[in-house]
Design a protein around this ligand. Sequence first.
Ligand SMILES: Nc1ncnc2c1ncn2[C@@H]1O[C@H](COP(=O)(O)OP(=O)(O)OP(=O)(O)O)[C@@H](O)[C@H]1O
Ligand SMILES: [Mg+2]
Length: 223
Amino acid sequence: MAFIDLKDVTKAFHAGEEEYPAVRGVSLGIESGEFVAVMGPSGSGKSTLLSLVGGLSHATSGIVSVDGIDLGSLGPNKLSDFRREYLGFVFQSFYLVPYLTALENVMLPLTVQPGMNGTAGDAAQEALRKVGLAAKSRRLPSQLSGGEQERVAIARAIVNKPPVILADEPTGNLDTKTGDQVLDMLQDLNRGGHTVVMVTHNVENAKRAGRTIEIRDGQVVSN
Ligand SMILES: Nc1ncnc2c1ncn2[C@@H]1O[C@H](COP(=O)(O)OP(=O)(O)OP(=O)(O)O)[C@@H](O)[C@H]1O
Ligand SMILES: [Mg+2]
């Protein structure tokens, strides 16, 4: 069984009377330490696939497991423990909290862990240093550029040192230069041992990954 393992996974959404399968019978494995790009047309099921791997939604049928943990068997509390322990999420819209500073945004995943408050600030400052924003940790998101906000979101995703980083179009809103910096950072994290799964529309971006999984109409067409 692979580190991230999908066995005949289907995810169907209900739209009124109709049932729409966004992911259809997908089986695939991703080993620990891989950097994988996920490509495919708009609406092909890429984000849905990422949300299944991230335990943000349950499969309609089939088995999704990470590190041997069957995500379908976990209730809401266990699932949120799993996410905190294993995952860092980087999304296209950064979801930074507007009234918290960069440092406080990065501290968020830590402050929910009992006993972590003493060192949460240090860990968050260290994560901001890694993304080149140590000097701007006291700024609000509105006082940062788009690329800087994205880097705060990456710092927040890595502050827990999660084994797996899931990134959905992490460069979608960025100019080429800033996007390249974000990709450099994901590559560095991967070299540091993190498994990275990145959805992208961009063939050049996908070349950063060791392997590309192609999705069409909810099915894997090559990997
Ligand atoms: N919550 C939902 N309810 C109903 N249908 C949904 C829901 N989320 C996604 N879908 C549908 O499932 C299909 C796959 O959506 P998904 O967001 O995974 O596509 P995507 O490959 O990420 O597309 P994009 O590149 O545009 O982000 C689409 O047809 C979409 O309309
Ligand atoms: Mg998407």
